[in-house]
Design a protein around this ligand. Structure first.
Ligand SMILES: CC(C)(COP(=O)(O)OP(=O)(O)OC[C@H]1O[C@@H](n2cnc3c(N)ncnc32)[C@H](O)[C@@H]1OP(=O)(O)O)[C@@H](O)C(=O)NCCC(=O)NCCS
Length: 172
């Protein structure tokens, strides 16, 4: 097994802005995972995610030797009819740290917080592209279920279209 530096999961803060942006750019460059390409990782995008999650959601980061190597966030949509939903969930782990437990540790922290401290949240939802089987298996292992197929929703690098898969975790 590769030697990777020790990492720790902790709640995200405003100070993490630059580290999260640089993480998202590295993960976007890898392709096939998060929705945005590297040139679409703007300050506004990162700021919106961080501000929304800190105001009405949950965000965690993983840090190794002071650098951000993983991030997860989700937040409640503004309309009151969705006040029991945690949505717009995105998770990203530094390519050098993928497969080392960082994603599971961050996601477990998020779901533990939902269960322990957010009784109002009944549903956590996300989208994952059909070809990202690794992520789908991972989410299923955390209790998420596939709810359908949004056919031809995602345009891949090669121009082909693929389905986007809605998945949800429901409070028991
Ligand atoms: C998907 C992602 C968040 C998972 O995080 P991670 O830190 O790599 O995952 P972990 O090491 O915690 O492993 C979690 C599970 O993922 C699966 N997994 C991890 N690496 C895998 C691999 N190389 N092949 C197959 N499955 C793998 C396993 O089911 C693993 O379960 P286990 O804990 O029982 O072994 C991360 O790989 C990533 O950021 N990928 C690129 C961006 C992306 O796809 N984001 C999600 C968009 S919906």
């Amino acid at each position: 097994m590769r030697d990777i530096p020790t990492w720790q999961v902790m709640p995200a803060s405003l100070d993490d802005f630059s580290g999260i942006k640089s993480l998202y750019m590295r993960v976007a460059r890898q392709g096939g995972g998060i929705a945005r390409t590297e040139d679409e990782i703007s300050d506004d995008y990162i700021r919106h995610n961080l501000d929304s999650a800190l105001a009405r959601g949950i965000a965690y980061v993983a840090k190794a030797e002071g650098s951000i190597v993983g991030e997860i966030h989700a937040y409640r949509p503004i309309p009151k009819l969705f006040s029991h939903v945690l949505s717009d969930l995105t998770i990203a782990v530094d390519p050098d740290f993928q497969g080392s437990g960082v994603g599971r540790a961050m996601f477990t922290a998020l779901l533990n917080e939902v269960v322990a401290s957010h009784a109002e949240i009944r549903r956590v939802e996300l989208f994952v592209r059909q070809s990202n089987l690794k992520a789908q298996t991972f989410y299923q292992s955390l209790g998420f279920q596939i709810e359908g197929h949004f056919q031809q929703r995602v345009r891949r690098h090669d121009g082909d279209l693929e389905a986007d898969i809605p998945m949800a975790w429901l409070r028991a």
